[in-house]
Design a protein around this ligand. Structure first.
Ligand code: BJW
Ligand code: ZN
Length: 245
C-alpha cells in the first residue's frame, strides 16, 4: 500500500514517462502469456520453438495456423483496466511513450496513441520472400490446434506474420526510440514482462542506469526485481488503476 502510494506519487510528478509492457498486461483480457501460450490443443508444442524463422521454414502451415488462431483470439477479447490505466498515464504525463513487446493491439484499442511494438504485430503480415506488406485478411478463424496454409504473395512467396522471431533483428527505429526514451525518462513503469528476452529486457535497465525511477508491476518475481526501485506484486488490471486514481 505504501509502495503503491509512493509509485503513484512518482508517476504524478514525472515529466517523462515510459510504460514498458509484456504479455502479462493482456492476461486479464483472456490472452495467454507467451510462456503460457501453448495450452489446450497447442499444448504439445513449444512456443519458443514455434516463434522462429526455422519453424516457419520447416512447417509453414503449423506456424501460420498458430498465429491465425492467436489473431482470431485477440479479435474476440477487449482491453482491460490495465490497458486503460496506461492510456490515462499517457494522457496525463507531459511526455509519455508506451513501449510494448506485445503483438496484440489492445493498447491501441484502449486509447494509447502510438505504442511502439518492439516485437511487431499480428496485424502486419508480409511476404517472407520480398517483404511486401500483405492485407491481414478477414481471418480464417482456424480451429484451435489446426494447421493452415499461409496465403501467397504475388511473387510466389509465403505470407508470414509481421512479428519478430528469435534470432531476428528488432525494428531498428523502434528500438532506438525506445532506448532514447528510457535514457531520458524520469519514471519507467514495467508491467507484466518476464524480463528474459533481449534486447527488450535492456530497456528498464537503461532507464535505471540513467537515473530513472523504475516501477515494476508483476505478480511473480522476475530478474527485473533487482533493477526496480519500487516492486508492486500484483496483477496489472488491479494495480495499474490504483496508480492513476
Ligand atoms: C502478469 C499477469 C498479470 C502474468 N498482470 N503481470 C542476450 C542474452 C541471451 C540471449 C540473447 C541475448 N540477446 C539476444 C538473445 C537471443 C534472444 C533471447 O533473448 N533469448 C532469450 C530467451 C534467452 N533474442 C532474440 O533472438 C532477439 N533478436 C536478436 O537478438 O537478434 C539479434 C540480431 C541482430 C541483428 C541481426 C539479426 C539478429 C529477438 C527476440 C524476439 C522475441 N519475440 C517473441 C515472439 C514474438 C511473436 C509471438 O508472440 O509469437 O516476443 S518471444 C516472446 O517473448 C514474445 C514476447 O514479446 C517476449 C517477451 O515475453 P513477455 O512479454 O515478457 O511474456 P512472458 O510470457 O515471458 O511473461 C509474462 C509475464 O507476465 C510473467 O512475468 C508473469 O508473471 C506476468 N503476468 N499475469 C501482470 N495479470
Ligand atoms: Zn513477395
Amino acid at each position: 500500500m505504501v509502495d503503491v502510494r509512493e509509485a503513484a506519487k512518482a508517476l504524478a510528478g514525472a515529466r517523462r514517462v515510459v510504460v514498458f509492457t509484456g504479455a502479462g498486461i493482456s492476461a486479464e483480457s483472456g490472452v495467454p502469456t507467451f510462456r503460457d501460450a501453448l495450452t489446450g490443443l497447442w499444448e504439445r508444442y513449444d512456443a519458443q520453438a514455434l516463434a522462429t524463422p526455422q519453424a516457419f521454414e520447416d512447417d509453414p502451415d503449423l506456424v501460420w495456423g498458430w498465429y491465425e488462431w492467436r489473431r482470431s483470439l485477440i479479435r474476440r477479447v477487449h482491453p482491460n483496466p490495465g490497458h486503460e490505466a496506461v492510456a490515462a498515464i499517457e494522457a496525463h504525463a507531459p511526455h509519455a511513450l508506451v513501449v510494448t513487446q506485445n503483438v496484440d493491439d489492445l493498447h491501441e484499442r484502449a486509447g494509447s496513441r502510438a505504442p511502439i511494438h518492439l516485437h511487431g504485430s499480428l496485424f502486419t503480415p508480409r511476404c517472407a520472400a520480398c517483404s511486401r506488406p500483405a492485407e491481414p485478411g478477414p481471418g480464417d478463424e482456424p480451429e484451435e490446434g489446426r494447421r493452415l496454409a499461409p496465403p501467397r504473395c504475388g511473387c510466389g512467396g509465403a505470407i508470414r506474420p509481421g512479428v519478430v522471431w528469435f534470432g531476428e533483428a528488432l525494428p531498428e527505429e523502434a528500438l532506438e526510440e525506445a532506448v532514447q526514451a528510457a535514457t531520458d525518462c524520469d519514471v519507467l513503469l514495467t508491467v507484466g514482462t518476464s524480463g528474459v528476452v533481449y534486447p527488450a529486457a535492456e530497456i528498464p535497465k537503461v532507464a535505471s542506469m540513467f537515473g530513472g525511477t523504475v516501477i515494476q508491476v508483476n505478480p511473480q518475481p522476475t530478474p527485473l526485481d533487482a533493477v526496480a526501485t519500487i516492486n508492486l506484486h500484483g496483477s496489472a488490471a488491479v494495480v495499474l488503476p490504483e496508480l492513476v486514481s
